[in-house]
Design a protein around this ligand. Structure first.
Ligand code: ATP
Ligand code: MG
Length: 560
C-alpha cells in the first residue's frame, strides 16, 4: 500500500509478530492476493487486498498478485486485465510479481505423478454424479471407489492418456487416496484433475486436463514461498487437505490463516450473481456505478484512499459478520470532504428572477474551491439577473421550521447577494414555475453590512451560463439488507431496487466544463459527484457518489 494505515491490531498481525520473534521464516513476510479471473473484483476483495498488501508493507515484506486460473471455462483475459487495474488503483504494489497458477501447470502435473507413484492417487472412472453419490453424509462414511486399488502402473498409464487427450470430458478423474471415512469431506478422496477439452486464456490448447483449485492453490503458495497464506473462512475445512498435499509431496509449507469475509448490507458479494446481473442487463456492465465492484465504485467517484480507510477498519476475525453500508459511505464522504472541489449545481431547477438587477449585467463572484484546503484557491462564478435555484429551496406556503426562500422571506444566495421573494409565477396546473425577488446591492458576496441576519443560505447557478448536465442519482441496488434473502423458488433478482437509478437534467456552474471523466466535486449542499465516462463534448454526465447528510430531510420526516 502506498499509504499503510494505522489500524487496530488483529490476530493475523499477532501471528506474524510471533513468527518474526521465533524467526520462523528467517524474518520473511511474503503474502499474496490470489483471485480467480472469473469476474471483476468487488469491495470484499478490497478487504483481502488491504490485508495482504498492507501486512507485507508494514513488515517490509512482499505481496504477490497471483491468478488462480484453473477454470478455463469461466475465465477470461478481460477479467485478468480489470483485476490488475483494480489492484493497482487500490495501491497494491506487486512490483514484477505477477503470477499465474497456469504457469505452474507443468510442475503441478509432475506432483500428481509423484502422488500416483507413491500410491496416493488413482485414476477413477466414476462419473461426477457417481462420485457425489458415494461421498457419504455427515453421519455415514463414503464408499471406496471400485477403481481405488488400481496399480501404480495402470494409474500412470491412464493419467498420461488423460493428458494426451484420449478420453472425453468427464469420463475419468484423478483422485487422491486419503480416507473415505474422514469426518472432513474434503479428505474423502477429493478429485485432483478432471478432463476438460477447453481452451485456456493463457495456455491455449496445451492442456486438456486441469488441476482442481484445491490441488493448485496450496502448491502455488508453496512455489512462491509464501509465508502467510491468508484466505477467507470457507477455506478452513480445506486446510487439512492442503497440508496433506504439502506433506505428501514434501515441499515448502506456508501457514494458512483464515479470516472472516466482508459482508455489506444491501450488497451482493458473489461474483457468480454479479455476472448474472451483467448478463441479464440489470446493470449496464461490471463497472455500472451501482455495482459493488471496485471498477463500479471507481466510476462512481469513490477514492482509493476512502476505500482503503474503510477496508482497514474492518475487523479481522474468525466470526462472520455484516457491516452497514453507511459505514462505507462514511469513509468515502470523509475522504471526499478533504479533496473534492466545491461547485454549485442545481438538480431540480426553479427559475429565480431578480427584478431590480440590471438586465445585461454579469458579475463574477469569488467562490472558495475547498474550505478544507486553502491551497485549492478560489474561482469566479458568474452571477446575473436570471438564476436557477433548487425547487426544494422554495415553498410558497412554508411549514414551520422551513427557513429557505418563501414569499416575503430574505435569504442569502451563496457568494452572491441577499434576495427577498416578492412574487411567483404559476403554470396552469398551479405549480410555481418562476420566483421573483429583489436584491440588496449592499450585500455583494453574501455579506450583510448592517449585521442583518438571514436564516438560510442557498445555492444557485446563472441561467445563461449554466451547463446542462445529465445527473445520475443512485440508491442501493437491492431493497433488502440481505439481497440473498428470498422466498423458496424465487431468484435473488426479486430484491433488485427498481429505483436504484434516477436521471435528472441538472444545471451546473460553468467551471465544470470540459472536466475529464473521474473528476470529483462536491455540489454544495447536495453531495459528492463525479464526471462519468459517458460525457461527450456537448453533454456532461455526473454520477452522484454519495449524498451529504441532509438535516432538513430528517426534520420533514419527523413532522409527518
Ligand atoms: P466469490 O465467492 O464472490 O466468487 P471468491 O472468493 O471466489 O469470490 P476469489 O477470486 O477466489 O473470489 O477471491 C480472491 C481472494 O479474495 C480470496 O483470497 C478470497 O478469500 C478473497 N475474498 C473474496 N471475497 C471476499 C470478501 N467478501 N471479503 C474478504 N475477502 C474476500
Ligand atoms: Mg474463491
Amino acid at each position: 500500500m502506498s499509504e499503510p494505515t494505522a489500524t487496530p491490531s488483529n490476530f493475523i498481525r499477532d501471528i506474524i509478530l510471533d513468527d518474526l520473534k521465533t524467526n520462523k521464516y528467517e524474518g520473511r513476510v511474503h503474502t499474496r492476493f490470489p483471485p480467480e479471473p472469473n469476474g471483476y473484483l468487488h469491495v470484499g476483495h478490497a478487504k483481502s487486498i488491504c490485508i495482504n498488501f498492507g501486512l507485507a508493507a508494514e513488515f517490509g515484506g512482499l505481496c504477490n498478485l497471483r491468478f488462480d486460473d484453473t477454470n478455463p471455462e469461466k475465465e477470461d483475459t478481460e477479467y485478468v486485465e480489470s483485476i490488475i487495474e483494480d489492484v493497482k488503483w487500490l495501491g497494491g504494489n506487486f512490483g514484477d510479481r505477477l503470477y499465474y497458477a497456469s504457469d505452474y501447470f507443468g510442475q503441478i502435473y509432475d506432483w500428481a505423478l509423484q502422488l500416483i507413484r507413491a500410491g496416493k492417487a488413482y485414476v477413477c472412472d466414476l462419473t461426477g454424479d457417481q462420485v457425489r453419490a458415494q461421498r457419504g453424509t455427515t453421519t455415514e462414511p463414503g464408499q471406496n471407489s471400485p477403481y481405488r486399488d488400481r496399480s501404480v502402473e495402470e494409474n500412470l498409464d491412464l493419467f498420461q492418456r488423460m493428458k494426451n487427450g484420449e478420453f472425453p470430458d468427464g469420463s475419468r478423474t484423478l483422485r487422491a487416496k486419503i480416507d473415505m471415512a474422514s469426518s472432513n469431506f474434503n479428505l474423502r478422496d477429493p478429485i485432483l484433475y478432471r478432463i476438460l477439452h477447453a481452451e485456456h486464456h493463457r495456455t491455449g490448447k496445451e492442456w486438456c486436463i486441469y488441476p482442481m483449485y484445491d490441488f493448485a492453490h496450496g502448491q502455488c503458495d508453496s512455489i512462491e514461498r509464501i509465508t502467510h497464506s491468508i484466505c477467507t473462512l470457507e477455506f478452513e475445512d480445506h486446510r487439512p487437505l492442503y497440508d496433506w498435499f504439502l506433506d505428501q509431496l514434501g515441499i515448502y509449507h506456508p501457514q494458512q490463516i483464515e479470516f472472516d469475509r466482508l459482508n455489506l448490507t444491501y450488497t451482493m458479494m458473489s461474483k457468480r450473481r454479479l455476472l448474472k446481473l451483467v448478463q441479464d442487463g440489470h446493470v449496464t456492465d461490471w463497472d455500472d456505478p451501482r455495482m459493488p465492484t471496485i471498477s463500479g465504485m471507481r466510476r462512481r467517484g469513490y477514492t482509493p484512499e476512502g476505500l482503503r480507510n474503510f477496508a482497514a477498519r474492518q475487523g479481522v476475525s474468525k466470526t462472520p459478520g455484516i457491516t452497514e453500508l453507511s459505514q462505507l459511505e462514511y469513509f468515502i464522504r470523509e475522504d471526499l470532504n478533504r479533496r473534492a472541489l466545491r461547485v454549485m449545481g442545481v438538480l431540480r431547477p426553479l427559475k429565480l428572477v431578480i427584478d431590480n438587477y440590471p438586465d445585461d449585467l454579469v458579475e463574477q463572484m469569488q467562490a472558495v474551491n475547498n474550505p478544507e484546503d486553502p491551497g485549492d484557491g478560489t474561482r469566479d462564478v458568474p452571477f446575473s439577473k436570471v438564476l436557477y435555484i433548487e425547487q426544494d429551496d422554495f415553498r410558497e406556503d412554508p411549514p414551520k421550521q422551513f427557513y429557505r426562500l418563501s414569499p416575503g422571506r430574505e435569504v442569502r444566495l451563496r457568494y452572491g447577494y441577499f434576495v427577498t421573494c416578492t412574487s411567483v409565477v404559476k403554470n396552469d396546473a398551479g405549480e410555481v414555475i418562476e420566483v421573483h425577488c429583489t436584491y440588496d446591492p449592499a450585500t455583494r458576496g453574501g455579506d450583510s453590512p448592517d449585521g442583518r441576519k438571514v436564516k438560510s443560505t442557498i445555492h444557485w447557478v446563472s441561467a445563461a451560463h449554466a451547463i446542462d448536465a445529465e445527473v445520475r442519482l443512485y440508491e442501493t441496488l437491492f431493497t433488502k439488507e440481505d439481497p440473498n434473502d428470498v422466498e423458496e423458488g424465487q431468484e435473488f433478482t426479486v430484491n433488485l431496487n427498481p429505483k436504484s437509478l434516477e436521471v435528472v437534467p441538472g444545471k451546473i456552474e460553468p467551471s465544470v466544463k470540459d472536466a475529464p471523466a473521474l473528476t470529483r466535486y462536491q455540489f454544495e449542499r447536495l453531495g459528492y459527484f463525479c464526471v462519468d465516462k459517458d460525457s461527450t463534448a456537448d453533454r456532461i454526465v455526473f454520477n452522484r457518489t454519495v449524498t451529504l447528510k441532509d438535516a432538513w430531510a430528517k426534520i420533514e420526516k419527523k413532522s409527518k
